[in-house]
Design a protein around this ligand. Structure first.
Ligand code: SF4
Ligand code: SF4
Length: 412
């Protein structure tokens, strides 16, 4: 069982429930798990996932279709990790499960910090076991099969990967590579095109690689670990073989995979990686972005979970937005580390699209309260899901990627 590598962490969960619902106005929390918030079943929260994991490890529960249903009902948003402070490790040292109720207040009174429990890793380990046992939901299985065959999860020919770049004259070799990702390459081509146009106008010398494969993130989130490793290995060999020194990723998912997951899978990388928002913030502060057009809009920003909570990028997109002439940035509440998930992550948009939209619908009142006419994000998955959300909610708020707004202002 792949879950065995998480056995210590599973034991540390003290079933405190912070990961299901947290109310703390001062810290901006009044909800934690987006899936539990919708379904209200214990086994769809991190606490429930840990209980299931505990019994699987103990041997009193076996993997089944029902277990798989619970394990795949998670957006991997890591909202639960943000609030979780387990103390099983402390209890393990001093012994006695009765102490579980006494230790947190004592530690809190002493001001002691406790590491979070990596609940997303536990979920992903159980998903990997489900894949091994043939229990993966059908839509995710199809996406994995397509990724193996076409190098992208969308059933599109690999030869069409760079169609979005037709006529843009981007070379296929340079020190800096735009790692486009499958979603901007096939589904949200406007993000790939805006990104490329901005970089060209800013005088950045960069390439795109026709033989780029999926970054592996959708596979890792869905439990297809071995296939993800194959994708990652190919990409690293390709990039290293071309002597690439720097990667720019317009997708939050790719950025998280390259920056966080690739080194874990294949060791140190011979190149650095930037999310486009980070790169644009640097270009803007160096005066390399020339804004010609006023946007004349009130804008609010949605923090993508895999860019914010996973990678700590909160300030950079905001600094770019603030630099755009005519943009009035208004924050929704809660935001940043406490931001609510859009609903599309962790394969949920593929395995349960209605639930993904229902989760996103919960953010509509928060967005409306800001009075913004444009919702901006910096992840193609968030954009795609929020477009569906606004359609369902019959709300005329435009959904845009940050790169689209920057390109508009630069007139490219
Ligand atoms: S996962 Fe963390 S927050 Fe959730 S019940 Fe366990 S210890 Fe508490
Ligand atoms: S990662 Fe998000 S969706 Fe999954 S259990 Fe944690 S809070 Fe819930």
């Amino acid at each position: 069982m792949r879950l065995e590598r998480c056995s210590q962490e599973v034991w540390m969960c003290n079933h405190c429930s912070m990961c299901t619902e947290t109310v703390c106005d001062e810290a901006g929390w009044y909800k934690t798990c987006p899936v539990y918030g919708q379904l209200r079943f214990e086994d769809t929260s991190a606490r429930g996932h840990n209980t299931v994991a505990f019994y699987l490890l103990e041997g009193s529960l076996s993997y089944s279709k029902e277990v798989a249903e619970s394990v795949f009902a998670c957006t991997t948003c890591a909202s639960c990790e943000e609030v979780c402070r387990p103390f099983g490790n402390v209890v393990a040292k001093i012994g006695g499960s009765a102490l579980k109720t006494l230790v947190p207040p004592i530690l809190n009174a002493l001001g002691a910090e406790m590491d979070t429990l990596h609940t997303v890793e536990i979920v992903e380990a159980m998903r990997a076991d489900c894949v091994d046992l043939g229990l993966q939901p059908e839509p995710l299985k199809k996406m994995a099969e397509s990724t193996d065959k076409n190098r992208n999860p969308y059933g599109q020919p690999h030869s069409d990967r760079l169609k979005w770049a037709d006529g843009l004259g981007i070379p296929d070799a340079a020190d800096t590579v735009l790692f486009v990702g499958c979603t901007p390459s096939y589904l949200t081509r406007e993000i790939a095109q805006s990104t490329a146009r901005i970089l060209k106008r800013a005088g950045v010398s960069f390439a795109v690689l026709p033989d780029e494969w999926c970054c592996g993130s959708p596979l890792l989130r869905a439990g297809n670990i071995d296939l993800a490793r194959k994708m990652i290995k190919h990409n690293v060999e390709l990039l290293a073989g071309k002597g690439v020194r720097r990667i720019i990723a317009p997708c939050a998912e790719c950025y998280m995979a390259i920056g966080r997951d690739w080194p874990k899978m294949v060791g140190d990388l011979p190149f650095s990686v930037h999310h486009i928002t980070d790169f644009l913030a640097q270009l803007a502060s160096a005066g390399k972005l020339r804004f010609k057009n006023s946007i004349k809009s009130t804008v609010t920003y949605h923090d993508p979970c895999h860019l914010g909570r996973a990678m700590g990028i909160y300030d950079e997109p905001r600094s770019v937005l603030k630099a755009l002439p005519g943009v009035r940035l208004v924050e929704m509440y809660p935001t940043e580390h406490a931001a609510w998930c859009c609903g599309a992550g962790g394969g949920l948009k593929a395995s349960n699209p209605e639930l993904a939209v229902d989760i996103g619908m919960e953010k509509v009142p928060l967005i409306k309260q800001t009075g913004a006419s444009v919702l901006v994000s910096s992840c193609p998955f968030c954009k795609t899901n929020f477009v569906d959300v606004m359609r369902k909610a019959k709300v005329s708020i435009e959904v845009k990627d940050l790169t689209e707004l920057v390109a508009e202002s630069m007139g490219v």
